[in-house]
Structures are given as C-alpha cells and as structure tokens.
Design a binder for this molecule. Sequence first.
Ligand SMILES: [Zn+2]
Length: 162
Amino acid sequence: MICEMCGKNVTFCKKVTIEGVHLEVCTECAKFGTEARKEKGKEATGPKPVITQRLESREKRSRPRDIYEGVEKDLVDDYAVRIRDARQVKGLTQKDLAARLNERVTIISKIETGDMRPDEKLIVKLQKELGVTLKEKVSTVVAAKESGPQTLTLADLIKMQK
Ligand SMILES: [Zn+2]
C-alpha cells in the first residue's frame, strides 16, 4: 500500500483523519492524524480546511483530459547562452542591446549570466530583437502522469502551506 501522506510503500496502512481529510497512511504518518473511527460524527461542519480544498483541486487537475491540455511554453534553461550568443552574432554590446530594448545594462548583464530570468515582456522583446527562441514546449502533466498520482502527497501540500 502507498501511504497517502508521505508516499512511502508500506505493507500496512492506518485509516486516519487529518484536518478533516480521510487518508490511509503509514504508522509513522498516523501520528499526525486522528484514527478515523474516533472522529466519526463531528466532521464536515464549517468551511472546508485548506488541505481538503487543495486535494480537491489536485483531483481536478489530474483528470485524464488535462494530459492533453498540459503542454505549455516555458523559458528554456539555457536562455542566458542563447541571448549572449545571438547578441554577439549581431555584433551588439550589452549596452547596445539594452538601449534597443529600452532596458538597463545591468538587467541584460544579469540575464546573460543567468542571475535573472527575463519576465514575459522582456522575453518577447528579446526574441524579436535577437531572433532567438527563448520559450519551448514543456509538459508538466506528462511527467506527473508517469510517476503516478502519488507524486504530490499530503506531506507536500503541508510543506507548501508553510
Ligand atoms: Zn507515511
């Protein structure tokens, strides 16, 4: 069995309630919750706890149809190199490029060393000015599908809240 909290594969899982969510967890994680039986009768009153909402939205996100919609364009990892190379090919200094883009030289310098990621507007300007491709298709959903629905465990959600 897979512990719904830490994602560990264990032989035995306990049924517990953690912040109003029923989960089957390993004995280690069971410490964080109340055993389901004791909790009976005094649940589902008032607003839903954040974790329940997050789990519900996770379920929505992981519906099969999303697998085909999950392809997005994202900034490439080697954007710094691509920008620097393209600028040098055009025979431009960082100062020249900054002037053309109406940006500060320090910004261009930071981007070319990878210290700063250009924002959406700047990505568009850089692509246009230098004729480079800075965004490529990535699919996060496919990655999540390959490693199974346990990728995001309740423990991760709790970490995110902090
Ligand atoms: Zn566990």
